[in-house]
Design a binder for this molecule. Structure first.
Ligand SMILES: Nc1ncnc2c1ncn2[C@@H]1O[C@H](COP(=O)(O)OP(=O)(O)OP(=O)(O)O)[C@@H](O)[C@H]1O
Length: 239
C-alpha cells in the first residue's frame, strides 16, 4: 500500500548551537539515541447517514484508538456530489442505490492523522459488508454500527492517493501542505526546532525535574523564539 510519509528527524543540525551546554547535549544525543522516526499519515473518514446518530460515540472511539481529528465538518451531499465521490463505482449495479444512500442525510467528514493512519483506520472500520463484518470482525465499527451490505456506517480511504483526493473533495478550502520528508524534514527541524529543543534538553538535564516532559513543554513555551514580545500591559488604576 502506498501509504506512508516517513519523516526521519535526526538530532544532528547544521545550525550553530547557542551554548556549550547545548553542544554537549547534542553530542550525548547522537551517542545514545537512534534517530527518531516520525510517521505521519492522514486519511479521510466519513460517518455515513445510517450512523449519524452515533457520531459522538464513533468519534470517541476514534480518539481512544490513537487518531487525531485534524478537521471535521458535517455535510449533506447532493446526489451529484455523492456520484462524484464514488465515481470509481459508476456503472456497477449498486451505484444508483449507493448514491441515494450517501445523499439521503447528513454525514460527518473528518481528516484523521496518526502513524499508519490509512491502514489502522481500515482495520478499525472492518469489512465493507456489515453482515460479513459481524461474522469475521465483530469488534469493528461496521459490525457494531453498520446496517446491511450497503449501509455500513463508515468510510475510509483505501490508499495514499485516494486519501489525498478525498480530503481535497471534502475540504476543498483547506490548503494541505505536503508533509516534508527526508532532507526537507531534517532541514526544517534543524532550522526551526533543534536549536531551541537542545537548549531545553540541556536545562532539563541540569534540573532533572520530576515530570520532565511537562517541564520541557513549559520551557519550550517560555523560550519559544517565535513568541510575540508583549510589553507590560497598562493596568488601569481604579478611580
Ligand atoms: N455489493 C455491494 N452492494 C451494495 N453496496 C455496495 C456493494 N459493494 C460496495 N457497496 C457500497 O459501496 C461503498 C464503496 O464500496 P467499496 O468497494 O469502495 O468498499 P469500501 O472501500 O470498503 O467502502 P468505502 O469506500 O465506503 O470505505 C461501500 O462502502 C458500500 O456502501
Amino acid at each position: 500500500m502506498d501509504t506512508m510519509s516517513n519523516i526521519t528527524s535526526e538530532t544532528t543540525t547544521t545550525q550553530p548551537s547557542t551554548s556549550k551546554g547545548a553542544m554537549q547535549a547534542q553530542d550525548q544525543l547522537e551517542v545514545s539515541m537512534d534517530p527518531p522516526q516520525i510517521y505521519v499519515e492522514r486519511t479521510l473518514a466519513l460517518i455515513k447517514p445510517d450512523a449519524i446518530d452515533k457520531a459522538e460515540e464513533i468519534e470517541d472511539i476514534i480518539l481512544r484508538s490513537g487518531f487525531t481529528i485534524l478537521q471535521k465538518r458535517k455535510v449533506h451531499l447532493t446526489p451529484e456530489q455523492a456520484s462524484d465521490f464514488y465515481a470509481e463505482h459508476y456503472g456497477k449495479m449498486f451505484f444508483p442505490s449507493l448514491v441515494g444512500y450517501m445523499s439521503s442525510g447528513p454525514i460527518v467528514a473528518m481528516v484523521l492523522a496518526r502513524d499508519k493512519c490509512i491502514g489502522y483506520w481500515r482495520d478499525l472500520i472492518g469489512p465493507t459488508n456489515t453482515y460479513k463484518a459481524r461474522e469475521t470482525h465483530p469488534d469493528s465499527l461496521r459490525a457494531i454500527y453498520g446496517t446491511d451490505d450497503q449501509r455500513n456506517a463508515v468510510h475510509g480511504s483505501d490508499s495514499y492517493s485516494s486519501s489525498e483526493r478525498e480530503v481535497r473533495f471534502m475540504f476543498p478550502d483547506s490548503v494541505i501542505e505536503p508533509i516534508p520528508a527526508g532532507q526537507a524534514a531534517r532541514d526544517y527541524l534543524a532550522r526551526h526546532v533543534n536549536p531551541t529543543l537542545l537548549g531545553g534538553l540541556t536545562e532539563l538535564c541540569k534540573q532533572k525535574p520530576e515530570d520532565p516532559v511537562t517541564w520541557l513543554a513549559d520551557w519550550m513555551i517560555e523560550n519559544n523564539p517565535n513568541k510575540p514580545k508583549i510589553r507590560q500591559p497598562i493596568i488601569q488604576e481604579p478611580e
